[in-house]
Every structure is written in C-alpha cells, then in structure tokens.
Design a protein around this ligand. Structure first.
Ligand code: NCD
Length: 310
C-alpha cells in the first residue's frame, strides 16, 4: 500500500516522479481519464478548505473516479463518534482511498494504518501539506521551464519562504520539497514564528528581518518568494505586536516587491490576508503566480492519485 503523507519521507526520485506525472497529466489529461474508474475516494475534510477540497474533487472527476464526500461538522462526529468508528462505518460502503484534512498533526497517518486504506494528506495540523508543495514546485518548474527528469532540477534557484513558518504545514512540506530538488531556501520570519528546533529541517538559511543589508541583498537575489498566511486561528497567544507592525517588518509590500529582480516570481497558497502578509497590488502583480497555483492544484492532485493508486 502506498501513501502520500509527507514530503519528508519520500525520496527525491519519488518526488520527481510525482512532478513528471503532473507535467504528463497537464499535457494530456485524456490519457488519464479512466485511471480511477470504479474507485471510491473518500474526501474527509475535518477542517475548512476551499482550494484544496475543490481541486481534489476536480482531480477525482477528471480521473473518472467516484467521490464520497464527508465534512466532519455535519456528521455523527458532532455526536461524539470517534474517527476510527466513522471511517470503519464509511468503509462498509466500499472505499479505495482516503484523502484527509485534519487540525491535528499525525491523524491521517494513524487513520490510514488503522483503516488499511491508501491515503493522501490534504493538510494535517502544523505538520505537512504534501500536495500543496507538489503544486507549488510544479508551478515553479513549469514557469522556469525545468523538467523533472534529471536529479537536482532546482539547483541554483534561490527561494524565500516568508512569514508564519511555525504554524505552517505548507512551509514544512515546501522546505523538504525545495531542498530535495536542490534549491537554496531562506526562511524569513520573526523568532516567535519560527520552529524552536530548526535542526529538524534540512539545511536552510534564516533571516529575522528584511530591512537589513543582508535582507535586502537576499530579496534582490531571490528567484521566488513564497509568502505564507498569518495563521491567526492557530495562534493562542501574541506572536507579534500588531498586524500593522507585522506588515511593516515581514509583509511583501509594494516597496519590497520593487526590490525584486524582474524575473522573480511570487507565490502564496491562499487564502491571503490582504494588507497583512501581502499588499493587494502585489497579489495581482505580474510577478504573482497565485492563480496559476490554484489551476495547477488539480494537475498535481491528479498526479498524487495516479502515483498512490498505481
Ligand atoms: C493552506 C493550508 O490550509 O494549510 N492553504 C491551502 O491549502 N490552500 C495554507 C493556509 O491556510 O494558510
């Protein structure tokens, strides 16, 4: 049985296989239109989602599969039914794979083992969001016209990941994906929004401020800047004084965008807090690949299904 639960635990070759598949599927989706024929895919979302849920739904449809859709809040889980009882109940309708989003890290790993179902992680707590990293890296490679067929395809590329890294499963999956593919990664965040033990990550550079000589130099050299949402729903105490101060020190303002080189690109997984981590003009600037990320989410998630259920 194969799963896609973390990027950390897959090899560089497996990662490039998922990316190659994304390129092939985007080029010729028809060729894959029966891959999930007769298969029942449980989309189990116990935390809110727009892009991830819609793109997984789209991916199942484009692959010819059946969606068994399930939102925790409107089910018997609200009457106290356990996760395992819930999935074992749903399993009686016949399931071939599980896609799950949950607010607790590790839930999908446990549930996939307990239910014996192949699983794809659609975001677990502050842990990982592997398909987001796939679609982000795919979007960058497509934009730069880089193929996934050779090892180290992102060697020489400088990528900044900026903001609420502590609470971000997107950052964790992307740090693993980008470094596995050879990119140089710099994290930009206040100390309070960085994990306390960075030795758990592969080698990354760290900057606490943009407004230093080094900060400005690195911004001017970056090939891509990946902004993160300030995850206020996961913050139980104050991590920074005010939203205005956060924008001042760590936001991608219009002024900072102008320091980027002309070829640099900007990503954000969405949803964006406008005027906090990014100015509205930057969200819709020519450098922004945000809508391309949304579109590519479908191809990358189709690749995840084809890779896991092959
Ligand atoms: C991310 C998530 O849910 O982790 N969004 C997404 O999947 N599009 C990032 C976020 O919510 O900030």
């Amino acid at each position: 049985m194969q799963n896609l639960i973390t990027i950390r635990e897959i090899s560089e070759t497996q990662l490039r296989n998922y990316l190659s598949l994304s390129f092939q599927i985007k080029k010729n989706p028809e060729q894959f239109s029966q891959k999930l024929k007769g298969k029942n895919i449980l989309l189990f979302f116990v935390e809110n989602s727009t892009r991830t849920k819609l793109s997984f739904e789209n991916a199942v449809k484009k692959l010819g599969g059946n969606i068994v859709s399930f939102a925790g809040g409107s089910s018997s889980m609200s009457k106290g039914e356990s996760l395992l009882d819930t999935v074992q109940t749903i399993q009686q309708y016949g399931l071939d794979a599980l896609v799950m989003r949950h607010s607790s890290s590790g839930t999908i790993d446990w549930l996939s083992k307990a239910s014996q179902l192949p699983a794809i992680n659609a975001g677990d707590g502050q842990h990982e969001h592997p398909t987001q990293a796939l679609l982000d890296v795919f979007t960058l490679m497509e934009h730069w016209n880089i193929s996934a067929d050779q090892p180290n395809p992102l060697q020489g590329k400088k990528v900044m990941i900026v903001g609420d890294i502590f609470h971000s499963r997107v950052a964790r999956s992307n740090i693993h994906a980008l470094t596995k593919l050879g990119a140089e990664v710099t994290l930009v965040a206040p100390k309070t929004l960085l994990p306390s033990d960075l030795s758990l990550f592969p080698k990354v550079n760290v900057l606490h401020r943009w407004d230093t000589e080094e900060g400005k130099e690195r911004l001017a050299e970056a090939d891509a800047v990946m902004m993160l949402r300030l995850q206020l729903e996961r913050q139980k105490s104050a991590f920074f004084p005010t939203a205005a101060e956060y924008r001042h020190f760590w936001g991608l303002t219009r002024e900072r965008e102008l320091l980027l080189k002309p070829s640099a690109v900007i990503l954000h997984p969405g949803p964006v807090n406008h005027g906090v981590e990014m100015d509205t003009e930057v969200v819709s600037s020519k450098k922004s690949l945000i809508l391309k990320q949304v579109e590519n989410g479908v191809w990358a998630r189709m690749a995840a299904f084809v890779g896991v259920l092959k």
